[in-house]
Design a protein around this ligand. Structure first.
Ligand code: ZN
Length: 711
């Protein structure tokens, strides 16, 4: 037994002694999947309460001491908790730890414990806020002098700060490669689980700063070198770097003439590996912390706030690879500002990508929906639960009346949501190396292909690199400029198509390996024939220091279809941006300024349907601002088709919508009804059956409706 196993054994023993629920899997050592809390499967309705402790409000400045104190006490009062309970809230969100150190925060942590007792008395659950990423050094260093070595330091040795405006330089970022800081944070987690008896731990500020503001502390520099040695054999290091000894490799350094936010294509092996290292450090820290919490009580839910799919290069900028992280969480918070709407210039803005990301990893998405019924409808459609019903900022602001109406609708119709699985005949790959190393192109292409699918109401799911190993649940795989694919991934895709799957690839897909080295032989050759091959792209720029982006422009053209084995493939040169591209943003962020339906969306959708051999099981007519999600409850033998009117502000009710479904195993409908917060009572629909397809019309959608198709 090594020391780690021993320590974890001690922890498990302590938890058993306290009568907490310890998962069986811990008895045999550390599990490699997160034991999931059972209660979260019944959905989440969370609101507060406030996650700021009083001392933080005072230190931040600008507030009356007395008023801040009154607000703090009100936020966790029995009156507030009772009111939230009456509104249908089931989980009370409150402060626990902000980063001042446990000594400085002790009185307020005890307040949180007292509030939790009230919450539990009311039959509700507690969500405890734990600041993951702030060390308020003024008090923390007084408590723990060694913490000077626990903070992130830039290349000059200065502390790395949280970047909240001009006036929070008292908040240092701790280093997550430093085991001593993680051990400290475990004490906070233990307090949350054992003293507060919390039901949910919320780790806020889950990210790193963008370059050049990454941690160069000794632990990280040495950690990076060790990582390279563990990840690669000497022969692989020689292939990666041209040499074997990485003992002197440093994290990348930047120069003023070439700021990181202007770097368009990343091919330097050390920068690529440093990005990977940073992502792995954060994912490992979460894994460790989540498993620690679960070892104390497996029914504690883990929530993180790394935001969702925002259009940013999250790996390069923030050290976030969602596919690595979300295995160690059950709730994902995003604070992105992508409110469900149709803009006056015709962009359909949504958080659908973030919802789909969360669902792919069995997480509940938590975001701000309190101020708009369209956002509430979007949430119920794609999240299958409410998530966060409170107002932001989360000072004592109980849900407003419209939110309460949606909570009540959800609670009344909960059986339509619990256990529902997404129907996703189409999978869109979000390839980590493609998007990280050539963000300007691969992220834009992914966004545009997703946008075409969203606005054509074709049900789809997101695919991440690891999922390429088994594509059997999909009819069609979409590769949106998935430039960087490994040999194994390419052979898996080939196998999928030859055995009857559909492939739709665009642009530069498959032309590089996962280190973004161009392939002499295009990776998808044989599956697609008309793709322009590269011959090495070092013709432009100055002296071959950077890859020539202009030379990567592929002439647009019509899709080319091909039968391959039992399957079909389509090559589309480009998802064509409709109009002049907006000016690039820092780090080539593809913010919602870019989220337009592509000009050739009809070609794209026709190609996907052709590649699927017509086996996309639902077709939903309707205007471009009507969005749909299809889920299945197998045990209850029904489909639920969720419909949301994203333009409800301007078009209060859609025209009648025709729907055609091919239900599973050739079943036909037995009964179809509409349930909606916009209807007094559910309404039954007439339908017909033609050639095993079920056809019906939905008279109108005001904001949000669910069509229940029973078979
Ligand atoms: Zn560090």
């Amino acid at each position: 037994m090594n020391r780690r196993d021993f320590m974890e054994g001690v922890v498990v023993g302590a938890a058993v002694a306290q009568g907490l629920r310890v998962p069986q899997s811990f008895a045999a050592g550390v599990p490699d999947v997160l034991p999931r809390a059972h209660w979260i499967d019944n959905g989440l309705i969370d609101a507060g309460g406030d996650h700021e402790p009083f001392s933080f409000v005072v230190r931040r400045g600008g507030r009356s001491y007395e008023a801040a104190r009154e607000e703090y006490e009100n936020a966790q009062s029995e009156e507030m908790i009772r009111r939230l309970k009456e509104q249908g809230v089931e989980v009370f969100h409150t402060h626990l730890y902000k980063g001042f150190g446990m000594v400085a925060e002790k009185p307020e942590m005890e307040d949180a414990k007292r509030a939790a007792e009230i919450v539990h008395r009311y039959g509700m659950r507690v969500n405890s806020y734990i600041q993951w990423n702030s060390m308020m050094y003024e008090t923390f260093f007084a408590e723990e002098p060694r913490a000077k070595d626990w903070i992130q330091r830039d290349i000059e040795g200065l502390p790395v700060l949280l970047t909240y405006g001009y006036q929070q330089s008292f908040r240092y970022r701790p280093c997550f490669a430093n085991p001593e800081y993680l051990d400290y944070l475990k004490k906070v987690v233990r307090y949350a689980v054992q003293e507060v008896k919390t039901d949910l731990i919320y780790f806020d500020n889950f990210d790193y700063n963008p370059e050049p503001d990454s941690c160069h502390c000794p632990v990280c520099v040495q950690g990076f070198r060790n990582y390279l040695k563990t990840k690669y054999t000497p022969a692989q290091r020689r292939e990666r770097f041209g040499f074997e000894n990485v003992d002197f490799v440093n994290p990348p350094q930047w120069n003023r003439q070439n700021p990181p936010e202007r770097l368009q294509i990343i091919f330097d092996p050390a920068i690529q590996e440093w990005i990977d290292y940073r992502c792995q450090v954060l994912a490992d820290a979460l894994r460790q912390m989540a498993l620690y919490a679960k070892s104390l009580n497996s029914e504690v839910v883990i929530e993180v706030n790394p935001h969702g799919i925002t259009g940013g290069n999250r790996a390069f900028e923030a050290a976030l690879d969602h596919a690595r992280l979300l295995k160690w969480a059950e709730v994902l918070l995003t604070e992105e500002e992508n409110p469900a709407s149709l803009t006056s210039d015709g962009r359909l803005i949504s958080k659908i990508r973030s919802y789909k990301l969360a669902r792919r990893f069995n997480n509940v998405l938590v975001t701000y929906i309190w101020d708009d019924p369209v956002a509430m409808g979007e949430c119920l459609s794609f999240n299958q639960t409410i998530g966060f019903a409170g107002r932001y900022p989360s000072a004592p602001h109980p849900p407003p009346p419209e939110m309460v109406r949606y909570i009540s609708f959800y609670r009344k119709n909960r059986d339509l949501y619990v256990g529902a699985e997404d129907v996703t005949p189409v999978g869109v790959l979000r390839s980590y190396p493609s998007i990280t190393y050539h963000h300007a192109r691969a992220q834009l292409s992914a966004i545009l292909m997703e946008q075409a699918l969203i606005q054509a109401r074709v049900p789809f799911g997101l695919v991440f690199d690891e999922h390429l190993r088994d594509l059997s649940k999909y009819r069609v795989l979409v590769l949106p400029d998935s430039e960087c694919l490994s040999n194994e991934q390419l052979s898996s895709i080939r196998h999928f198509v030859e055995n009857g799957g559909g492939l739709v690839a665009t642009g530069l897909s498959g032309l590089y390996d996962t280190w973004r080295r161009w392939r002499v032989e295009p990776g998808l050759r044989g599956l697609v024939d008309t793709q322009q091959s590269l011959t090495g792209n070092w013709i432009g720029g100055c002296c071959g220091y950077e890859e020539d982006v202009e030379a990567l422009k592929i002439p647009t053209g019509l899709p080319v279809r091909k039968e391959v084995g039992k399957g079909r493939s389509v090559y589309i040169p480009e998802a064509v941006y409709d109009g002049p591209l907006p000016e690039p943003e820092h780090y080539f962020n593809i913010s919602n300024r870019f989220w337009k339906r592509p000009k050739n969306w009809e070609d794209i959708i026709d190609s996907i349907r052709w590649a699927a051999k017509g086996e996309i099981p639902v077709e939903i007519d309707g205007p471009e601002f009507l969005v749909a999600n299809v889920v299945q409850q197998s045990g209850k033998q029904r489909w639920l088709i969720h419909l949301v009117n994203y333009n409800a502000k301007n078009v209060p009710a859609t025209p009648s919508i025709d729907v055609k479904c091919q239900l599973p195993q050739g079943k036909t409908a037995r009964e179809i009804k509409i349930v909606s917060p916009d209807l007094e009572t559910p309404r039954t629909l007439n339908f017909t059956v033609q050639n095993s397809a079920t056809l019906f019309s939905v008279p109108e959608v005001k904001v949000y409706s669910v069509v229940v198709v029973n078979w």
